[in-house]
Design a protein around this ligand. Structure first.
Ligand SMILES: NC(=O)c1ccc[n+]([C@@H]2O[C@H](COP(=O)([O-])OP(=O)(O)OC[C@H]3O[C@@H](n4cnc5c(N)ncnc54)[C@H](OP(=O)(O)O)[C@@H]3O)[C@@H](O)[C@H]2O)c1
Length: 324
C-alpha cells in the first residue's frame, strides 16, 4: 500500500481508502458478515482511512466501523464521518439557509451521535454532508467547528461537495477553516482539476476523491438491462436515460482500456495518477473488490499517453434532484 500526506493534518493515509455507504443498507440490503470480512481484509492489506456517515443506515455503517476499530487497537485507523443536513435533503438547493441545514445545535448533536455509534471519544475528521459556498463566511458554522475542536470531539473538519459542482467549495477553502474536501473525481468527472485542486494545494487542504467508479459505470459491468434489488437507491439514480448514457460512455471508454487491464483498475489508477489526491474511497463490500482495488493502486500511475487519451472521456453533467 502507498501512503500519502493528508493535507495540513500531515497524516499518512492509505491512497486507497474505504467508502462505507454500501454497508448502510441503501445498496440493496445489508450483509454485515460479508462487510466485516471485506473491512478486515482491507486493514490487513494496509488501508487506514475510512469514510462513513450517520446517514449510511442511520448509524449502521458507523457501528460496523466501530466494531472494526476494536479489532485493531494497535493500529492507527483514520475515521471520517459526516453530519447530515438538518432538513435531510440532498442535494443542497440555493434556497436552503444555514439554519435549515447545519445550525450549531444540530452539528453538535450529530457529531455526538456519530461518536456514540463508533464508540469513540474523538473523530479524526468530520465533514458536512453537503455544502453551499454561499455560507462560507457565515460565522455560525465556523464557531461550531471551533467548539467541536475545543471539546476534542474532532481533530479535523471539512465539507463534502455535492455531485457535479466541484467549485462550490472554493470560498470555504479560502476561509482557512477547513482541512479536507470530499469531491467526486474520476475518469468522467475531471472538472475538479479545473479550479478546485489548485486551491486545495494552495491552502494545503486534503482531497478525498469519492465515487471512483461513477457508482458502478466505470467498472464496465452496467448494461441496458441492469436492475437492482427493491429499495436500492441505484434504481432511482440510473433512470432509463441515465443508464443509457452511462452504458454508452462506458462502451466508448472500453476501447481505450489497455490489454491486461480492467476498466476498474484503469479507473483507480487514473485518480491516483494525480498527486493532488490524498486518498480515493471506493465503495467495497466484497473481499475480492478490496483486493483488486489495492492491487490496482500498487501498479502505480498510468502511462501519461493513456492519461492523455482519457482526457477525451470527460463527461460534464449538471446537478439534478434525482442525483443527490
Ligand atoms: N459525501 C457524499 O455525499 C458521498 C456520496 C457518494 C459516495 N460517498 C462516499 O464515497 C464512497 C464511494 O462511492 P460509491 O460507493 O457511491 O461508488 P463507487 O465507489 O463509484 O462504486 C461502488 C460500486 O463499485 C463496485 N466495485 C468496487 N470495486 C470494484 C472492483 N474492483 N470491480 C468491480 N466493481 C467494484 C462496488 O461493488 P460492491 O459494493 O459489491 O463491492 C459498488 O457496486 C461511498 O461508499 C461513500 O463512502 C460520499
Amino acid at each position: 500500500m502507498n501512503y500519502r500526506k493528508f493535507g495540513r493534518m500531515n497524516w499518512k493515509v492509505s491512497e486507497v481508502g474505504y467508502g462505507m455507504w454500501g454497508m448502510g443498507g441503501q445498496w440493496g440490503g445489508t450483509d454485515d458478515t460479508g462487510a466485516m470480512s471485506a473491512l478486515h481484509k482491507a486493514v490487513d492489506l494496509g488501508v487506514n482511512f475510512f469514510d462513513t456517515a450517520w446517514v449510511y443506515g442511520n448509524g449502521h455503517s458507523e457501528q460496523l466501523l466501530g466494531k472494526l476499530i476494536k479489532d485493531y487497537k494497535d493500529k492507527k485507523l483514520y475515521i471520517t464521518s459526516k453530519i447530515p443536513p438538518k432538513n435531510f435533503k440532498w442535494p443542497m438547493e440555493p434556497q436552503y439557509r444555514l439554519e435549515d441545514t447545519f445550525p450549531t445545535e444540530h452539528m453538535l448533536e450529530y457529531t455526538k451521535k456519530s461518536l456514540a455509534n463508533l464508540d469513540l471519544q474523538s473523530l479524526d475528521l468530520i465533514l458536512l454532508h453537503g455544502w453551499d459556498d454561499a455560507w462560507a463566511n457565515d460565522k455560525r458554522w465556523q464557531e461550531s467547528v471551533k467548539e467541536l475542536k475545543k471539546q476534542g470531539q474532532i481533530k479535523a473538519f471539512g465539507v463534502s461537495i455535492d455531485r457535479w459542482e466541484p467549485e462550490n467549495a472554493i470560498q470555504v477553502i479560502k476561509t482557512g477553516m477547513i482541512d479536507a474536501v470530499e469531491v467526486i473525481y474520476n475518469i468522467f468527472d475531471q472538472a475538479p482539476e479545473d479550479k478546485l485542486f489548485s486551491v486545495c494545494r494552495e491552502f494545503d487542504v486534503a482531497v478525498i476523491a469519492r465515487v471512483p467508479f461513477d457508482e458502478g459505470t466505470l467498472t464496465g459491468t452496467l448494461t441496458l438491462d441492469s436492475k437492482w434489488q427493491k429499495g436500492d437507491w441505484r434504481n432511482k439514480y440510473f433512470s432509463p436515460e441515465v443508464l443509457k448514457a452511462s452504458v454508452e460512455h462506458a462502451k466508448t471508454l472500453e476501447k481505450d482500456v489497455p490489454k491486461h487491464m480492467t476498466m476498474s483498475e484503469m479507473a483507480i489508477r487514473f485518480i491516483l495518477s494525480n498527486p493532488d489526491v490524498s486518498t480515493t474511497i471506493p465503495g467495497m463490500r466484497r473481499v475480492e473488490n478490496v483486493k483488486a482495488n489495492i492491487a490496482s493502486s500498487e501498479k502505480g500511475k498510468l502511462d501519461p499517453l493513456l492519461i492523455k487519451k482519457l482526457r477525451s472521456h470527460r463527461w460534464d453533467r449538471k446537478p439534478s434532484p434525482n442525483a443527490g
